[in-house]
Design a protein around this ligand. Structure first.
Ligand SMILES: Cc1ncc(C[n+]2csc(CCOP(=O)(O)OP(=O)(O)O)c2C)c(N)n1
Ligand code: SF4
Length: 244
């Protein structure tokens, strides 16, 4: 079916075209703001019609992403965004399908889904927002938490070694293009790596944009849960998501 002419009349886009009317419910200082802003700015530079972008997420703070993008989107089930995105991409290969997941959502409960999604290589774009903690549920350690990390669920420090998300992607052999963004938990520097993310999206993603394959990004994302006991009172952390 040919798309009606009228849907293309907004091109070229401005960042504001991708900003939804939803109130953003992340904590002050959350790194997710920077990722959202960069994503909105970057998609405005693509010629892909806005209505052809679909953001699919699981559960977690990062997974609130689709609410804030003025695109199609689906806030789905914990860890299952890869499965739903795979189904959509298979049914509608003309769409540009983004998965936004967290380190808990993507590597704990959804670990198997993520691996097999990458292995199947159905040309999704995955943003794994790696804040090295479970943010939404108020600060339990995650698979990417550094060894020895003291959290509410590991008061004596974790004993596990962390997973490297990009090693998982490489092991799944699903990707022709794996782009790495350095991680940092320094709350003072979210924009340093946000700029790097924009650079990767613009310079890396565009190169592979029309092609087959699977592009995995990993971003570092400061979470106030890491410093919640010393800098923040629990009241600043948003109420639990009704879906969690
Ligand atoms: C089946 C199920 N188990 C556990 C939960 C609780 N839960 C909600 S979000 C979450 C982890 C979120 O961590 P992450 O994916 O790292 O996202 P963040 O909030 O840090 O962005 C958990 C364990 C749930 N909603 N459903
Ligand atoms: S708990 Fe962490 S990840 Fe969640 S909104 Fe707050 S700062 Fe962001």
């Amino acid at each position: 079916m040919t798309a009606p002419e009228s849907i293309h009349t907004h091109l070229p886009y401005a960042k504001e075209d991708f900003v939804s009317g939803q109130d953003v419910r992340w904590c002050p200082g959350c790194g997710d703001y920077a990722i959202l802003s960069v994503m909105q700015r970057t998609l405005a530079q693509f010629t892909t019609p806005r209505e052809n972008h679909v953001f699919i997420s699981g559960i977690g703070c990062a997974s609130r992403f689709p609410y804030y993008m003025n695109t199609y989107g689906f806030h789905t089930i914990h860890g299952r965004a890869p499965a739903i995105a795979t189904g959509l991409k298979c049914a509608r290969p003309d769409l540009t399908v983004w998965v936004v997941t967290g380190d808990g959502d993507g590597l704990s409960i959804g670990g198997n889904h993520l691996i097999h999604c990458m292995r199947r290589n159905v040309d999704l774009n995955i943003i794994l927002v790696n804040n090295q903690i479970y943010g939404l549920t108020k600060g339990q350690y995650s698979p990417t938490s550094e060894k020895g990390k003291i959290t509410k669920s590991s008061p004596y420090g974790t004993i596990d070694y962390p997973i490297n998300p990009l090693c998982v992607a490489i092991a799944a052999e699903g990707s022709a293009d794996i782009l790495v963004i350095g991680t940092t938990n320094d709350p003072a520097t979210p924009y340093v790596w946000a700029v790097a993310l924009a650079d990767q999206l613009e310079n890396g993603h565009l190169v592979t944009y029309e092609g087959e394959g699977h592009t995995a990004y990993t971003t570092g994302n400061p979470c106030v849960q890491d410093v919640v006991d010393s800098f923040f009172i629990d009241d600043v952390v948003p109420d639990a998501d009704p879906m969690c």
